[in-house]
Design a binder for this molecule. Sequence first.
Ligand code: AMP
Length: 232
Amino acid sequence: MPKTAVILLGPPGAGKGTQARRIEEFFRFPRISTGDMLREAVRKGSALGKKARRYIEDGDLVPDGLVDAIVKARLGRKDCQRGFILDGYPRTIHQAEYLEAIFPNGQLRIVAAGIQVRDTILVARLAGRWTCSKCGRIFNSASNPSRGGKRCDECNTILVHRLDDSLSVVQERLQVYHHVTKPLIQYYRKRGCYFRINGERPMDEIYEKLKGTITRSQGRAAQVERPLEAGV
Ligand code: AMP
């Protein structure tokens, strides 16, 4: 039985992290955020963190080799046996090919959901984004403020405005998205596993759409698999 890989594609600020948490709860697939893993490495001052830091601060992509290695190690863990949610990976065609190479011969059932939001809205959203540095929960001073003001509703840690959410870095991150990551839409479209989601709709509506898309794609796969199982 193939594993499900839910890939959340979309520009920074599209809501990938927020939605990934909700899908994680519903489907019981672990959420794997390369951004969170890299920030953790930077915080700890590990060898990876030292190499990744300047790329993150400049709004550039961390080199493929470094990110591929942490993703491969994470996907090898037991909790990924049924499936997983990738938030922020792949971000290049190379990474997409690498992911498939980790799981060759149809071991992976990919559902790539592209959450689309206009740049003008993204810039405004990121300016008001507050993140919990402990549990990674995301708030927005305009659309989704924390109940505790400057503290995380979940773990009470002080919320921070990410350095790479500053205007100049956001503009660089959006350029990188349009030039390097957006071609993945075509990549997954060609494979017949791309689903477009309007990320400007209310959060709950986006969540329902995502949930429905993932559920349907699993149902479709089950229908294809059943005759094979019956024939064994
Ligand atoms: P995110 O939290 O997903 O917005 O990621 C924050 C930053 O981490 C990005 O701007 C990149 O510098 C780096 N990063 C995260 N995921 C990747 C990836 N798949 N490939 C390269 N760099 C990444």
